[in-house]
Ligand binder design. Structure first.
Ligand code: LIP
Length: 285
């Protein structure tokens, strides 16, 4: 990793994110969509066009590095290896894009040994550029993250937490029941009794909101490495941590598919254990 200039990688990904952002905003409200797994798992021609733009330019600029993208992923064939790899979601929050709800982004991650080391997440609608390089901090535009450093007496507890969650695209079966039962228990007065839930509709945007200290945690199962790789290093460099979304997984793989992102702060480990105690069952993908 020492011979790869991560600043050069970050700088190029920022330029690419801006170009992808222009393409995304130019197509808002003008693109058709198709179903993938079902009627709520949606993809547009713009997702594919952005991935083609990004992959082509990355291959030209960094021909020795691998590329993994949501729209070119082939289940059972595409594998993330230890090689330096761009892990890309061209539009994270596709449903938001289709609805012109301004919380979609392009998520450009870079992993070495399957660990995120550079992340760029750009929301072109709100002009929010989140960036991080391992060991060099995390930023939102020119502001250092986290933005909100809660007063020392506001440590991380379930009972004072805003938690980002998503319904995801599986709306029946065991995983759906685990999610809905867990939502219920987290909200209940005799359960987690949390302050509330928030759903930005994008794993990357949810994770960046945790990194910024605007949301205390984000829990989801069913998303993929490309949904989280870029925001993962942004979260870590902002003092937060990514653990597994099932109990006991303290060091999840980037393609774990079940995640719990937690902001930095006093009491994080107890918060994580208390959260895990409120999960009803196990998410399996
Ligand atoms: C989305 C994720 C989100 C999940 C959605 C969808 P996409 O990614 O960011 O967390 O709940 O079901 O998978 O499909 O917009 O790139």
């Amino acid at each position: 990793m020492s011979d790869i200039d991560l600043v050069e990688v970050r700088d190029y990904l920022v330029l690419l994110a801006l170009e992808a952002g222009d393409l995304i905003t130019s197509k808002t409200g003008k693109t058709t969509y198709d179903d993938k797994a079902n009627a709520v798992d949606l993809v547009t021609e713009t997702d594919a066009a952005v991935e083609l733009l990004v992959s082509k330019k990355l291959k030209e600029r960094f021909p020795d590095f691998e590329f993994m993208g949501e729209e070119s992923y082939v289940p059972g064939v595409t594998k993330l290896t230890d090689k330096p790899t761009f892990v890309v979601d061209p539009i994270d929050g596709t449903t938001n894009f289709i609805h012109s709800f301004p919380f979609s982004c392009t998520s450009l991650g870079f992993t070495i040994n399957r660990k995120p080391v550079v992340g760029v997440v750009y929301n072109p609608f709100l002009k929010l550029m989140y960036t991080a390089i391992k060991g060099y901090g995390a930023f939102l535009n020119d502001q250092h993250l986290p933005l909100r450093t809660p007063p020392a007496d506001v440590s991380l507890t379930l009972q004072t937490a805003l938690i980002a969650v998503e319904w995801g695209t599986q709306r029946s079966g065991t995983n759906y029941k685990v999610k809905t039962d867990t939502f219920h228990k987290l909200a209940a007065a005799d359960g987690g009794f949390i302050h509330g839930f928030r759903s930005l509709g994008s794993a990357a945007m949810n994770t960046c909101a945790v990194a910024a200290g605007q949301v205390d945690a984000y829990w989801e199962g069913g998303c993929y490495a490309w949904d989280v790789a870029a925001a993962w290093i942004i979260l870590e460099e902002a003092g937060g941590r990514m653990v597994g979304g099932n109990p006991g997984i303290w060091e999840p793989a980037v393609d774990e598919r079940v995640y719990l992102a937690v902001r930095g702060g006093e009491g994080a480990e107890k918060f994580i254990s208390d959260f895990w105690d409120n999960i009803v069952g196990k998410l399996e993908y």
